[in-house]
Design a protein around this ligand. Sequence first.
Ligand code: UTP
Length: 483
Amino acid sequence: MSAAVAFLFMTPDTLISAYRAAGQGQVFAFWDALDAAARAELAAQAAEIDLAEVERLNRALVFQAGGGGVDLADLEPAPCTRLPENGGRADEWAAARAAGEAALRAGRVAAFTVAGGQGTRLGYDGPKGTFRVTPLKGKSLFQVFAEKIRAAGLRYGRPLHWFIMTSHANHAQTEEFFAAHRYFGLDRGRVHFFRQGRMPAVGFDGKILLEGRGAIALSPDGHGGSLRALHRSGALDLMRAEGVDTISYFQVDNPLVRAVDPAFLGFHLLAGSEMSSKMVPKAYPEEKVGLFCRQRGRVAVVEYSDMPAARQRETNPDGSLRFAAGNIAIHVLSRDFARRLAAGGGEVALPFHRADKKIATVDAAGQLVKPGAANGVKFEMFVFDALPFAANPLVIETSRAEDFSPVKNAEGVDSPATARDDQLRQFGRWLRAAGAEVATDASDRPHAGIEISPLFGYDLDSFRSRWAQLPVKPVVVDGLYLE
Ligand code: UTP
C-alpha cells in the first residue's frame, strides 16, 4: 500500500502528526482557524500526497543545485524510419499501413488525448480542448479530434473508444462541454474522461506550499502522469475488456494531428514495439523541440534545453544536422506496456522533473502573496521518459505539414494564427492534389477562407476518395466548407 493510500484511512490527528514528523507541519498552520468543511477539504488534499515521495524528490531535485544534471555521454541519434519521399521504403510503408488498417478493423486501437495541462502560455479561460481553432467554422480542438475519430470508425467499420485525460481543474468543464455538444456525434459510451494525478509544489526549502489557508498548492503531475492515471482510473481494464491493446496518444493542442494513423500503428504492431513515436526533422538547429537520441542501446528524448548548442549544430558528412529528429508528442503505446510502467516500482518508474515557477502562496499571516520571481518548484513527469523502458521502440518520420501545428502561445510561433494558417495550407494542398484550382500566397496559404471537415476527409487519401465521388466539383472560393 502506498503512503498516500495509507493516509486515506488516517484520522486528521494522525495525518497532522505524520506531516509534522516529515517536517511538513506548516501545511496545517491555519488548521485551528478553519471550519469543519475546510478542514475536511485540507485533510483530503493532504491524504492525496505521498510524503515519502516528496522527501525523495526534495533530495534528488530541490536540494541539489541543477537538479542532478543530464547525462549526455555516449549520445547518438536514434535510428528513424524515414518517409518514402525521404529515402524510406515504399513497400514497408504500404505493409505498415495495411497492418494498421487491419488493427483498426479489428477494434484493437483506442484514441487517447492528454488534456490535463494548465495552458498558461495560451492564456485562454477554459479547458484548452474547448478552444476554437478551425479557420472557417471555428470548431473547437475537441470537435476536430472527435470528427477524426468518428471518421476513422466509419472508415474501418469499428467505432473507436476515446480516452481523455483531464485535470482536477478542468474535468467538470470538459465533461459539460462534451455533453452540451452531444459528444459531437460519437457514441457517449465510448468517450471516457478521467482525471490525472496532482503533485504539491514546494518552496526552495522543500516545504509544501499552501495556496490558501486551507488549500495545498497542487498542480497536475505532467503528461507522464497519464500512465498512472490510465491504470488508476480503470481505463486499462476497460481497454482489455473491449479488446483494445494499442493506444494512439496525442496532445490536446494539435489540430493537425492524425488522431489515428494506420501506417504509424502498423509499424508499431509489426515490430512488436511497446512504444513508438513520430518525429519531424528539426526546422533549424536551435528549434525548441526534444530530440530522439540513443544512449547505450536505449532510445530517449533529450530536451532542447539539456542539449548544448554545439551538439545541436553537429552535422553529418553530407552537411545535414546530426541530431535532427524532433519529438512532436505523438506516440503509440501498447496497453500492457502502459500497465507495466504505471504499476512502476524499482527500475521502471518514470522520473520526475523539476520546474521552477512563480507560485502564489500564503504568508505567515495567511495573506495570499503573488511572487514576482520563481519562489518554488513543481514536479512533473514526461511521457517520453517511458521510451528507455520500452522494448523495440520505433521512431517514425512524419510530415510536419500533415501532422503538427500546436497551439501553445497566444501570439507568434505555435499560436492560434499559425495553426489556422497551417490548416488552410493543408486544405489547399489536398484540394490541389485532387485537381482543384487553389490561389495561394507565397507561403502556400490559400487566399480563400476554406475548411474541410474530417468527416469529409481526414487525410489526403480519404479526402481524395470522397472528392472523386462528388458529381460536381465545387469551386474553391471564400466560405467553401466540405463535410
Ligand atoms: P504543455 O507542455 O504544452 O503544457 O502540454 P500545458 O500545461 O498545456 O501548457 P503551458 O505550458 O501551461 O502553457 C502538452 C500536452 O500535455 C498535456 C497538455 O494538456 C497538452 O496536451 N498535459 C500537460 C497534461 O495532460 N497534463 C499535464 O500535467 C501537463
